[in-house]
Write a protein that binds this ligand. Structure first.
Ligand code: KIV
Length: 267
């Protein structure tokens, strides 16, 4: 494994070589060290921290300041992996707000890429960010920040109209300058098709194994989800003796494309 720091250009060349990209969420320096040592390529400081760290029932209460704080914690622990941090609920409602919020994540939090949830409504913010040199990871499919509008955490893109919207949004976000795309909870065939049609790397979560890479919430893949774990996740700690072994198993399973398997790809 090379010790060179990973950049968005590294991930783009991994896509062109067909080499799977390994990603996990991360919220503190100790786990950042462990994930980095295991060879995880991308650490996502997800606003899922509102649920797994703070105990909220959604990501909506998470603030930009909290995201910057956790991003800075992760930045101190990670010498190599690319650091992506979520712009939380409504932080991209206007381009001006997106610029101010991204500045906090990058300048205070040490993030290298900011992740933006949504399609057409966030295009002006994505354009403004990328025009100013900010690397953006887009996020389509299930949008946890829209849970109240959707009415729950459900798979998206299962009917023709919603699949078409996701396809069009993916292309528009790439054209607006996004460097990466996360696709959450969409049918595997749709995700694989979008992945083939885009030049930028596509990272799936609950989106089958036809994507350029995989991401999971750290607490889910360590079996720390006290409720019902998501159907598309796997407990990599089960039957293994340490967190380091669980992380090594996850990295190996993403690299050889044995994760997600049929069981973790319900649609
Ligand atoms: O907030 C998060 O952890 C995420 C992942 C589920 C992709 O956005």
């Amino acid at each position: 494994m090379s010790s060179a720091p990973i950049t968005v250009a590294t991930l783009a060349s991994m896509k062109s070589r067909g080499e799977p990209i390994v990603c996990l969420t991360c919220y503190d320096a100790s786990f950042a060290r462990l994930l980095d040592a295991a060879g995880v390529d991308l650490l996502l400081v997800g606003d899922s921290l509102g649920m797994v760290l703070q105990g909220h029932s959604s990501t909506l209460p998470v603030t930009v300041e909290q995201m910057a704080y956790h991003s800075a914690c992760v930045a101190r622990g990670r010498p190599r992996a690319l650091l992506v941090a979520d712009l939380p609920f409504l932080a991209c409602a206007t381009p001006e707000r997106a610029i101010e919020s991204a500045a906090r994540l990058i300048q205070d939090g040490g993030a290298q890429v900011v992740k933006v949830e949504g399609g057409a409504p966030v295009l002006p913010a994505v354009r403004r960010l990328t025009d100013h040199g900010v690397a953006v990871c887009a996020h389509l499919g299930l949008l946890p920040q829209s849970v109240n509008r959707i009415g729950g955490y459900r798979f998206q893109g299962r009917d023709q109209a919603s699949a078409d919207t996701i396809r069009q949004d993916a292309l528009a976000l790439q054209e607006a300058g996004a460097s990466l795309l996360v696709l959450e909870c969409v049918p595997a065939a749709l995700a694989a098709e979008i992945c083939r049609s885009l030049a930028i790397p596509v990272i799936g979560i609950g989106a089958g194994n036809g994507c350029d890479g995989q991401v999971l919430v750290l607490h889910d893949m360590l079996g720390l989800n006290p409720g019902r774990p998501p159907s598309f996740s796997r407990d990599f700690l089960k039957g293994r003796g340490s967190v380091a072994e669980a992380l090594a198993a996850y990295v190996a399973a993403v690299r050889d494309r044995s994760f997600p398997g049929p069981v973790e790809s319900p649609y």
